[in-house]
Design a protein around this ligand. Structure first.
Ligand code: NAD
Length: 676
């Protein structure tokens, strides 16, 4: 019934009178007409331009023919009179004109003339010359003399030169006009690394744009066959081991890395040489991002954090992740965060039965859910918005979801903020972990993985201490439950929210000075995907009760990192942007460690993962401590909590001078850095 009504109303609505119909159709025709008119105009203009070019080329054909005739004058005099003269000129114009049209010579762009245009001209001239010779030979009864082969060769060569000069005239004109406007002193001298297809494409593009103010001064290539040659007038020198010397010899002001297939060790060597020479660098993406290995200046990008940290050996083994999570229900807390969301991405790609995402930030949860839904449309994903410090919420979620695997990445992580709010550090990071672990074991989870941090080692701040206590709780809980409970501990991940790398990159982008605590400060860094893959590897290795640490490579000097990030963003450190030293505050360390003095790293089946052996000399009863934390927090007794912590972990309190003073200084300093 309603369908019928709808149909009737549609018919009624569309019952317009003839004049309305006419105006409607005229209205809808108007844009089509104007499009047609525009296309017609464009077509006419382009046809007119081609006809004009053809006429000029035929004029050149005539001039070339006349010049060649005058050269062979004594032998071809009979051809210059009467019917023979008219016939031969007509033949020349028809054959040459037909060839120029057939090879599309008159349609080619002058501004972008290149080798393919010269080849088209050569073909048109050669084919028409052979045809002319054959025609003259066939019509020899009409001519008193048949022009010799030498005449056709001379005419072909003259015509090829004239047509090529005409075709390249616009490029030659622009080259001289454009270069006239640029001063050699102001030009940026670039060294291109890689004299392959990609490097040469970029070189040609640069040479075609003299006004860009970028002058390619040398190409660097490891291939000895290329070395010592000139490509488009630019010398090829080599190779990568001599890069630092090449940069100084050619006074390079920028390096363009044009080796899409460069291995990470090659990239590292290039980065090291540029860093040593203080030369900014831009790079092409990998081969997969480039079509046919052809590259353009537009493809060049700044070095990313991942480029800086790339290690040769990181090849994620997708089979391993699949063996761990395939057909399992997996729950991730802190799913909206830097580590949680990458955990969700890698787990989702390995086909779990169901993925439960838990986070208390609605926005982060929304985007994580959306991203995974788009990447894995068939996967059952359950986003759960809630707080892991709410025990009832956690238990209900676990009992409803019944996860086989639980990854706990929900935490507060900002050192300065936790110094201001020690109660929140304990509430979120210790009591939150307790809630998730106990609910997971009660719901029958097979594996519980607590994501920890190197700040938990010999902690000097509340954030580190809370993570240390959480690790201890996880370790001690393992013996009490059937669930395999373990912690994974690692240093900074590059590019996570609030990381120093992100802050530096943002400050460089905004042209603000960079702040470094101490010239000797070092930190471990790893890319987020790599760290998360190792978390999953550790989960499959764990028997229960372990604290795993990862091989994070060499620690990175933060001052050097700041300088490198500046260089790679095209900014000269110290000259264009200053780096200020702020000095270490209480709780901050010059270097982070991955394990405590009493912990002994032992190798595992995975060469990048170690498990820590040794017993904690600080043998506190973590279960009763956690119970007391709960009581202090429930009673809002923050002073009592801080006092209790000082008694529980005496070393921690001794390492700190004035807690409140430090807290205020730290946050004040963070705010100044961000606002500077
Ligand atoms: N980022 C690093 O460089 C790094 C390095 C080593 C270890 N870690 C550890 O990994 C963990 C996660 O770090 P991240 O960088 O992903 O942090 P993040 O701040 O990006 O993510 C944490 C997520 O947890 C959520 N969350 C916090 N408290 C919650 C609660 N009570 N209930 C529910 N959700 C809550 C937040 O909303 C956020 O989405 C932390 O324990 C951190 O110490 C981080």
């Amino acid at each position: 019934m309603s369908l019928a009504k709808g149909a009737i109303s549609m018919i009624q609505n569309s019952s317009s009178g003839p004049s309305e119909l006419a105006s409607m159709s005229l209205g809808s025709l108007a844009p089509a007409q104007s499009r047609f008119r525009e296309q017609w105009l464009r077509g006419t203009l382009s046809a007119g331009r081609n006809v004009f070019v053809l006429l000029v080329e035929l004029l050149l054909v005539t001039i070339s023919f006349e010049l060649s005739m005058s050269h062979f004058e004594s032998r071809l005099a009979p051809l210059e009179i009467g019917e023979a003269a008219i016939l031969i000129v007509v033949l020349v114009l028809v054959f040459r004109g037909a060839a120029l049209i057939a090879f599309g010579v008159c349609e080619r762009s002058f501004r972008h003339a290149g080798l393919s245009d010269a080849i088209a001209i050569a073909k048109a001239v050669a084919v028409s010359s052979v045809a002319l010779y054959a025609a003259c030979f066939g019509l020899k009864t009409h001519f008193d003399v048949v022009p010799p082969g030498g005449f056709f060769l001379a005419d072909a060569a003259t015509l090829f030169l004239m047509l090529s000069t005409f075709q390249f005239s616009a490029r030659i004109y622009h080259f001289f006009v454009d270069t006239a406007g640029t001063s050699a002193a102001a030009a940026k001298r670039v060294v291109i690394i890689g004299a392959g297809d990609a490097g040469v494409s970029v070189l040609r593009e640069l040479l075609d744009m003299p006004r860009s103010g970028i002058v390619p001064v040398a190409l660097v290539d490891d291939d000895p066959m290329k070395r010592g040659t000139l490509i488009c007038g630019v010398p090829v020198v080599g190779g990568l081991p001599n890069l630092a010397a090449v940069l100084s010899e050619f006074q390079a002001s920028e390096v363009l890395v044009c080796i899409p297939s460069a291995t990470s060790s090659q990239r590292k060597r290039i980065l090291a040489a540029c860093r040593k020479g203080g030369v900014p660098i831009r790079t092409l993406p990998g081969v997969v991002s480039l079509l046919d290995n052809r590259a353009s200046m537009r493809d060049l990008r700044s070095i990313t954090i991942e480029d800086l940290l790339q290690r040769d050996e990181f090849v994620p083994d997708r089979n391993l992740t699949s063996q761990l999570v395939a057909a399992k229900v997996v729950l991730v807390t802190g799913a909206g965060g830097s580590i949680g969301s990458e955990l969700c991405r890698q787990i989702a790609a390995a086909c779990p039965r169901r993925l439960v995402l838990v986070d208390k930030s609605e926005n982060s949860l929304f985007y994580c859910h959306l991203g995974i839904q788009e990447a894995c449309p068939g996967l059952e994903i359950i986003p759960v918005l809630g707080d892991v410090t709410d025990d009832h919420f956690v238990r209900t979620t676990m009992l409803q979801g019944r996860p086989n695997l639980v990854f706990h990445a929900a935490a507060f992580k900002h050192v300065g903020m936790m110094e201001l709010h020690p109660d929140q550090a304990i509430r979120n990071n210790v009591l939150g972990t307790r809630n998730v672990l106990l609910a997971a074991t009660d719901a029958g989870a097979e594996i519980f993985v607590n994501v920890s941090t190197d700040k938990a080692v010999n902690p000097r701040c509340y954030m580190g201490l809370s993570k240390k206590l959480a690790e201890l709780f996880v370790k001690e809980s393992d013996a009490r439950h059937r669930t395999r409970c373990m912690s994974v501990r690692f240093g900074n991940v590059a590019g996570s929210t609030g990381s120093v790398l992100r802050i530096f990159s943002e400050q460089i982008r905004q042209g603000k000075p960079l702040h470094v605590t101490d010239p000797h400060a070092t930190r471990y860094f790893m890319s987020i995907p790599e760290a998360v893959f190792l978390i999953l590897c550790a989960a499959s290795l764990g028997k229960g009760g372990e604290t795993f640490i990862f091989d994070m490579g060499e620690p990175v000097n933060i001052y050097e990192l700041a300088r490198t990030l500046m260089l790679f963003a095209g900014v000269m450190p110290g000259e264009e942007l200053p780096i200020h030293f702020t000095g270490l505050k209480d709780g901050e360390k010059v270097a982070e460690e991955l394990w405590d003095g009493w912990e002994v790293p032992e190798s595992t089946d995975n060469s990048r993962i170690f498990k820590l052996a040794g017993s904690n000399p600080l043998s506190i009863d973590i279960f009763s401590a956690v119970g007391r934390f709960h009581e202090f927090i429930a009673a809002h007794d923050h002073a009592g909590l801080v006092q209790y912590i000082a008694e529980l972990v005496p070393g921690f309190a001794q390492q700190r001078t004035s807690l409140s003073e430090f807290a205020t200084n730290q946050v004040q300093d963070d705010l100044e850095r961000v606002n500077a």
